[in-house]
Write a protein that binds this ligand. Structure first.
Ligand code: NAP
Ligand code: HSE
Length: 428
């Protein structure tokens, strides 16, 4: 324990400080309970800006892993070696490991998961599949009580970004790939993305979790997106489809049918509308039915969110934290805001007598409480003695709205309690 009796922060070693590693450091700035003790890179002389403490940076991966003050090793270097040896050494030294490296896990996962098991430590990999989308956690935890029947996903952000740039903005293939690289989406060699291998590695990890398929069984039916031209987008759309870079696995009587490649998806399907760097995992399981998880599938911060989530899970294990309460020092404490004071737009439906002057009285009551009308529609009476008036307000405080509705609902021209609904745009 430190002097002010806070628990000693959990020590981390970061192997790699590129796109993902830098995002991880950024998120960890706000997590008192976790402290990076050392960072391994391939070029110690590279300028990494003020975000990276140069005193922590070194090249000797093994001595960094073996430090006594490090209990979690975070591998965000990529590639097979030295990542494979580093992870194996860390696990054998009793350290938990978090990795984003799907290429390594798809090829050597069986050995590395066995090593973690033997040493009683975690090897976590949420960021290895679909960037910031918690699909590994969904399969490993939430859906374990169900039987997964099928998976349809867009799990390569670069390919989806490239196809979107080409089909919607007329970009060339090469320009779109260069942009994906500049945005930090692409693998060190972007051929892994556009030729389908990255998606196949991720699909293998998903099938391991969802179908218990051994990692030794490699997906063979893999196609990339290089051959597509604007003509394909145009004609697919004319037929009612959109071209999407899919990864598919379906449970069949003779085994799991798995393939990766661009395919025509019906325009009305949710997957057809997942564009840019967004990924989507569309799962079918026996009890639950369809489940769609979607979000940013590549890039610095979305991927870092998954890495740091795994780090915190390991830290909880290491500290013996029980239950689901947030780990101390990892969640910023908030208070509930007063809803009455929030400004929102409201939809109102008044049921009133159909008589001259009612509309004026209604509008003047709203105005007297400071509720301003943006739009107003009166329904055709259609022979009834009452009518319905629908209003969309400007931004209004809920207190003002409720006061106005109390007044209107108590009046002699109102026949039923007024319905009010807030307008809520999740993207604003
Ligand atoms: P990156 O930007 O190329 O960064 C790689 C980092 O690892 C660099 O800091 C590099 O050092 C270091 N490194 C490479 N080889 C090393 C070695 N032999 N010894 C020590 N350090 C070494 O790669 P990234 O995009 O962050 O990707 C990292 C991993 O995350 C990969 O496994 C990738 O598949 C995975 N991933 C990436 C994304 C994404 O959107 N980028 C999303 C999900 C998963 P220098 O800085 O000195 O060159
Ligand atoms: N290169 C990968 C992609 C990174 O584009 O999806 C995320 O795994």
């Amino acid at each position: 324990m430190t002097n002010d009796s806070k628990p000693t922060p959990t020590g981390l070693a970061l192997l790699g400080c590129g796109t993902v590693g830098t995002g991880v450091l950024r998120l960890l700035q706000h997590k008192d309970g976790l402290k990076v003790r050392a960072i391994a890179v391939s070029d110690v002389h590279k300028d990494r800006g003020a975000e990276v403490d140069s005193d922590l940076v070194g090249e000797d991966i093994d001595s960094i892993i073996q430090r006594d003050d490090v209990s979690i090793v975070v591998e965000v270097m990529g590639g097979i070696e030295p990542a494979r040896t580093a992870i194996r050494n860390a696990l054998n030294s009793g350290k938990h490991v978090v990795t984003a490296n799907k290429a390594l896990l798809a090829q050597h996962g069986a050995e590395l998961f066995a090593c973690a098991h033997k040493n009683g430590v975690e090897l976590m990999f949420e960021a290895a599949v679909a960037g910031g989308i918690p699909v590994v956690r969904a399969l490993r935890e939430s859906l374990t009580g169900d039987r997964v029947e099928g998976f349809h996903g867009i799990i390569n952000g670069t390919s989806n970004f490239v196809l979107t740039q080409m089909s919607e903005f007329g970009a060339t293939f090469d320009d779109a790939v260069a942009e994906a690289q500049a945005l930090g989406y692409a693998e060190a060699d972007p051929a892994a993305d556009v030729d389908g291998h990255d998606a196949a590695q991720k699909l293998q990890l998903l099938m391991y979790l969802g179908f218990g398929l051994s990692l030794e069984q490699q997906v063979r039916d893999i196609r990339g997106i290089r051959a597509l031209t604007p003509l394909d987008f145009r004609h697919s759309e004319a037929f009612g489809y959109r071209v999407k870079p899919l990864a598919v696995a379906r449970r069949n009587a003779d085994g799991v049918a798995a393939w990766v490649g661009p395919a025509l998806v019906p325009m009305g399907h949710m997957l057809a509308n997942i564009g840019g760097v967004y990924n989507a995992c569309f799962l079918h399981s026996e009890g639950l039915g369809a489940l769609l998880l979607s979000g940013r599938g590549a890039g610095m911060m979305p991927t870092a969110v998954s890495v740091v989530g795994d780090i915190i899970e390991c830290a909880r294990k290491q500290r013996g934290t029980k239950g689901r309460a947030p780990m101390e020092g990892t969640v910023r404490s908030e208070v509930l805001a007063n809803m009455d004071e929030r400004q929102r737009i409201f939809y109102l439906r008044f049921t009133v007598v159909d008589e001259p002057g009612v509309l004026g009285r209604l509008a003047s009551s709203l105005g007297s409480f400071g509720v301003s009308i943006e739009r107003l529609v009166q329904e055709e009476p259609g022979g009834k003695e009452h009518t319905e008036i629908v209003v969309l307000t400007h931004l209004t405080k809920q207190t003002a709205l409720k006061a106005a509705l109390n007044d209107i609902d108590a009046s002699d021209f109102t026949l039923a309690e007024t319905l009010w609904l807030p307008v809520e745009d999740p993207d604003s």
